[in-house]
Design a protein around this ligand. Sequence first.
Ligand SMILES: Nc1ncnc2c1ncn2[C@@H]1O[C@H](COP(=O)(O)OP(=O)(O)O)[C@@H](O)[C@H]1O
Ligand SMILES: [Mg+2]
Length: 223
Amino acid sequence: MNKKNRKGLITVIANLKGGSGKSTVTFNLGLWLQMKGQPVVAYDLDPQATLSDVAEVRREEGYAPPLVVYQSQSDLSEQLQIHPGQVLVDVGAANMDAMKQAISVADRVIIPVPPSQPDVWATQRFLGIVDEATTGGKRPELFSFVNRADTHRAVRESDETEEVLGQLPGISLIPHRLFQRTIYRRSLSEGQAVFELSRRSKAVEEFSVFANALFPDIKARSK
Ligand SMILES: Nc1ncnc2c1ncn2[C@@H]1O[C@H](COP(=O)(O)OP(=O)(O)O)[C@@H](O)[C@H]1O
Ligand SMILES: [Mg+2]
């Protein structure tokens, strides 16, 4: 399918550091989009294969709808563009070639950043990778946000991280944090989205605000 005919977006969830929440966010966004009536396919390009594993747990447990996760990598940039619906890509530094290919065709790249100095440095370095991947081509919109924010108000690291992220050139800060909460860990281990595990909780509320900010058109349609 010609890219102009695509209705959904290619959203790449990436950064250079493991453990920042790429797979957690991809899994929950995939199920959130499906809940909103959007067709979704996900690509797991990380050799750790966390997204594939959690989708498998979900399938085994019989939770509906399943999340379709592909791992295939041949002709990746073409493959990513053939789906008419929303495409989510989970990719990290362990697969640099796939990461660059995915970025080169992405509509936007979302970068989860835990609140720490090394994670901020890694994000700055990641922007260099985006430059390399998009030289001479189209540049995706770039977004960062703080994931695993500390729930204690006295801890200032999330504020400091957001402040620095907000000053990085060419990248927008999503001003909606996801906090460090057990339910996100349960989400991965049990194969359910946070909004399936709990009807009303702080995590469900914050995830909904976050997802709506990323997909504002879907919010408008579902009202
Ligand atoms: N907001 C959060 N609160 C609590 N645990 C989280 C949160 N985000 C991610 N985690 C946990 O951190 C670990 C790493 O997350 P994961 O999504 O696998 O990161 P990545 O894909 O970037 O390596 C997992 O155990 C996951 O459940
Ligand atoms: Mg992962």
